[in-house]
Design a protein around this ligand. Structure first.
Ligand code: CA
Length: 389
């Protein structure tokens, strides 16, 4: 009878102990996990964020200051602002795709982003030229006003939408130089037969004015000039022309850049890649692109001024104005080329209507603001010297 009574007691005791151990272990787990949560909250810690990596392809030689610095700065701003959640790696022309295949690479998703100039795609999208430069068109300040507060950017988005590409203004060089020529230009007749590296609508204008436009990416212009493949080259202005060493291969440096009065660049992104980002990262991309746009103009304003002094002082560069007769010929042909583009392409017609309406308004305003001020200042300050001291 005693054995019968002891066994159930042992079972009850063991069961009780087991329940207690399990209960204590469970309590401990709950306590420690709650403790961890409390501690993490206090430290603001979360689980490691997902890192998204993008490739950005450019039309510029890797490491080129100015034009090439802009996409590097864009990537750095995105990386910093996102705390490393969106990492963008920048590739120069030819590293993943050649310069003139950047748009297609972004459109097809080979790269999520790109940086270049829209007029490089004019063979595929004729109206794209309006978003880099229009001969005798708007300056950087004017074009930025049109893009961001005059409807220009919405038209640019519409133009690229069929390709799954979203554009942002990607910087501006300001007014460019007319270029380096190995022959002196005295009249429009001197353009006859000249082979010149000059892209975009201006290339067609140059052809119509008697010259011969050649399409060459930045990485090849020095050699093309040196070997006589071309007689003239427009690249950008003192800053980036000096980077490429063009003062060593060109005899005369002509101004002004009638063809690129405020050449705008572009930061482009693949629409699907952008849509896949969380909203805050999309905002970071947008804000970094806008910051890069204004920053590039600042970079060019400072460094064009500095580089012009170096060209005059250290290289005895001969800086000359294009004769009026040459400017007249280029203007006449520009009007014909723009009209032909507008007549042939409905999107070009739509964009041109917006562009020139804005251009006329801002030209009137700048008559009594920018121009009036610059003229007034020049009347009072010592004359500008375009020769070495
Ligand atoms: Ca140019």
């Amino acid at each position: 009878m005693r054995e019968r009574q002891i066994l159930p007691l042992v079972v009850v005791a063991l069961t009780g102990a087991l329940v207690a151990v399990v209960a204590l272990w469970t309590l401990d787990r709950v306590d420690s996990s709650q403790g961890d949560l409390t501690q993490n909250d206090a430290l603001g810690l979360q689980s490691a964020p997902k890192v998204i990596e993008w490739k950005l392809v450019t039309t510029w030689p890797k490491g080129l200051p100015g034009l090439g610095a802009a996409p590097e700065n864009f990537a750095r701003r995105v990386n910093e602002a996102s705390g490393g959640r969106l990492r963008i790696k920048v590739f120069g022309a030819g590293e993943i795709v050649p310069a003139f295949e950047v748009f297609d690479a972004v459109s097809r998703g080979v790269a999520e982003a790109g940086h270049g100039a829209s007029y490089y795609w004019k063979g595929k999208i004729p109206a794209a030229v309006f978003f880099t430069a229009v001969p005798f068109g708007m300056t950087a300040q004017e074009a930025n006003g049109w893009l961001h507060y005059g409807g220009g950017l919405a038209l640019w988005r519409e133009l690229y939408a069929p390709f799954g590409v979203i554009p942002y203004a990607g910087g501006s060089t300001g007014v460019q130089m007319a270029g380096w020529f190995n022959t002196r230009l005295n009249s429009r007749e001197d353009l006859a037969g000249l082979k010149m590296r000059i892209p975009g609508l201006a290339g067609e204008v140059f052809d119509a004015a008697g010259g011969s436009a050649v399409r060459i990416a930045g990485g090849e212009v020095y050699t093309s000039m040196q070997t006589g493949v071309i007689d003239a080259v427009e690249w950008v202005g003192p800053f980036n022309d000096r980077t490429l060493g063009l003062m060593e291969v060109g005899d005369y440096y002509y101004y002004p850049g009638w063809h690129e009065p405020g050449a705008m660049l572009e930061t482009i992104v693949n629409a699907e890649a952008l849509a896949a980002l969380p909203e805050d990262l999309q905002a970071i991309v947008r804000i970094a692109a806008r910051a890069t746009n204004t920053d590039m103009l600042d970079d060019f304003t400072a460094n064009n001024s500095e580089s012009l002094q170096i060209l005059l002082r250290d290289f005895d560069t001969e800086v000359l104005p294009l004769p009026d007769d040459v400017m007249d010929a280029l203007y006449e042909q520009s009007q014909i080329a723009i009209q032909a583009l507008v007549d042939a392409d409905p999107m070009a017609k739509k964009i041109a209507a917006s562009y020139f309406a804005f251009s006329e308004k801002v030209r009137t305003y700048h008559e009594i603001s920018e121009r009036a001020y610059l003229n007034g200042r020049d009347r009072l300050l010592p004359p500008v010297k375009l020769t070495a001291e």
